[in-house]
Design a binder for this molecule. Structure first.
Ligand code: XMP
Length: 517
């Protein structure tokens, strides 16, 4: 890659990926590396900028992640953030102590300096702090550039050495001028030029893919999710009909979704599109099964049986492509949390598929392997992939299978698909879609008594679920306005056959999960 590079050295903080994303948003290509990456390797990568992340440790704890002094001598500007700031001071001979009063949350800092990193940042601004240690004495050659009421060294620097440090988290949106500070560091200090542009990414990747693939074939498993759809779009642009996308429709997608995926990729893109409809096979395998884990297992196993059979049928003499994205393959350097310096922790992910032993391709291609999700979406939009696919909500691999409690039958799938479609339509019309991270209907397999006209009914209950969240690790139930809920309830009971009652799930995560199974 010919782009300028910013290396984010990971000391185990929770916002590390966020730092990398912010750097990329500034138009600078960025990679996260473990804190113990050898200095020779860092030099060889020829970075333009280095950032030390935060982390949960104290620098004076001997088992905390440290770094060799040599890093400060390679001539590349460094910005230390939070733990990274303390580590810079400590390693260069300063002193770090426990705060009398820890700072957590939004804190006002005052900066009165001509520091390059505070350009266009007002004298007083709010930043996000989260620390129990602080730098009590600066190393030689450093001076303070910002303070808060409880932190005398909220920022400091040695501009001749191109070393900068901030105790707060500029990557978090609560830091009012955080992005400006990162931008200042990258552009004013490091001389970055902003050469990480999505248009260039598409052009360069298409060129590289053509060189790599030559006249061979490529097979991609398409799920209809964002990542595999964008990977398909890129590969199609690069090699057209040499690409075959295999789309397994187990009949557990949302209403009309399978047809939408097929139409999109056959009409808008040049490729071979193979759709395998296997709803009946799945229903037969799931007959009588009610245990959630067993249902998941069956759906997963059946899916890969069908998928690999189709791949064998198509031939394996070319490349196998996957929609793996950057966060799927980041190797974390999580300080003490994962026993730093011991075995590397590599995130496993459903995007990374384990191939059966008898299937051997010439190689694997991951065209999105360097991108974050928001960058994948930007590429998808530029490639002309429809908005609904590019901005698709997360959808579980087992599909509606985990939203139908108890045994899965064709009738229940139909009721849930219809109900889900009505709920989605009403949310879209109400204009609150953007505020919700995920929303869907669930069929709890409960029947209740109702009345319709003069008749008693005994029919299905539909539960609706809508959540707000940053990362899906925790989530809150969305405060959908009552009048929207009223319309949804009314339409579900009137328009969806076999539904006579609606409940709204007001459980946050934890203790609940987003999905019901
Ligand atoms: P939970 O239910 O664990 O869901 O709170 C968190 C997020 O993950 C999605 N989810 C899945 N995604 N395969 C997936 O690809 C799965 O088996 C799966 N189960 C849950 C869920 O929709 C939510 O966004």
């Amino acid at each position: 890659m010919s782009n300028q590079l910013c290396i984010v050295l990971d000391f185990g903080g929770q916002y590390n990926q966020l730092i990398a994303r912010r750097v990329r948003e500034c138009g600078v290509y960025c990679e996260i590396k473990r804190f113990d990456t050898p200095i020779s390797e860092i030099r060889a990568l020829n970075p333009t900028a280095i950032i030390f992340t935060g982390g949960p440790n104290s620098v004076y704890d001997p088992s905390s992640p440290h770094i060799s002094k040599e890093i400060f001598e390679i001539g590349v500007p460094i910005l230390g953030i939070c733990y990274g700031c303390q580590l810079m001071a400590y390693t260069l001979g300063g002193k770090v102590e426990s705060c009398e009063k820890s700072e957590y949350g939004k804190i006002e800092i005052t900066q009165k300096s001509d520091s390059l990193i505070f350009k266009e940042v007002p004298e007083k601004s709010v930043v996000w702090m989260s620390h129990t240690d602080f730098v009590s004495q600066l190393p030689e050659g450093f001076s303070v550039t910002a303070k808060s009421a409880d932190c005398p060294c909220a920022a400091f620097e040695a501009p001749e050495k191109k070393l900068y440090a901030v105790q707060f988290h500029p990557e978090v949106t609560h830091s009012e001028f955080g992005k400006q500070i990162l931008h200042n560091f990258l552009y004013n200090v490091c001389g970055c030029t902003g050469d990480w542009v999505m248009d260039d990414f598409i052009e360069n990747t298409v060129k590289k893919l053509r060189e790599q693939i030559g006249d061979k074939k490529v097979i991609l498993g398409l799920s209809g999710g964002v990542d595999s759809s964008v990977a398909a779009g890129l590969l199609s642009r690069a090699v057209g009909k040499q690409l075959t996308c295999v789309f397994v429709d187990q009949g557990l997608m949302r209403k009309d979704e399978g047809d939408f995926v097929e139409e999109t990729f056959t009409k808008l893109f040049d490729m071979n599109f193979v759709r395998v409809n296997c709803k009946d096979k799945f229903l037969a395998a799931l007959k009588g099964v009610t245990d959630p884990e067993q249902k998941r297992r069956i759906i997963g196993t059946e899916f890969y049986n069908v998928f690999w059979d189709k791949i064998r049928e198509q031939g394996t003499d070319g490349f196998f492509a996957q929609g793996t994205i950057y966060p799927d393959r980041i190797e974390s350097g999580r300080g003490n949390q994962a026993g730093h310096g011991s075995t590397a922790v590599i995130k496993t992910h459903h995007n990374m598929v384990k191939m059966p032993d008898d299937i051997k391709f010439a190689g694997t291609i991951e065209p999105l392997g360097d991108l974050f999700k928001d960058e994948v979406r930007a590429v998808g939009e530029k490639l002309g992939i429809p908005h609904d696919l590019v901005w698709r909500q997360p959808f579980p691999g087992p599909g509606l299978g985990v939203r139908i409690i108890g045994e899965i039958t064709e009738e229940k799938i139909k009721i849930l698909q219809e109900a889900d479609a009505v709920f989605r339509d009403e949310i879209r019309k109400s204009g609150i879609e953007e505020q919700l991270k995920q929303f869907f209907a669930v069929l709890p397999d409960v029947r209740t008594v109702g009345v319709m006209g003069d008749h008693r009914t005994y029919d299905h209950l539909i539960a609706i679920r809508a959540v707000t969240t940053d990362d899906f690790m925790t989530a809150d139930w969305a405060r959908i306005p009552y009048d929207v809920l009223a319309k949804v309830s009314n339409r579900l009971c009137n328009e969806v056959e076999h539904v006579n009652r609606v409940v709204y799930d007001i459980t946050s995560k934890p203790p609940g999960t987003v999905e019901w199974e």
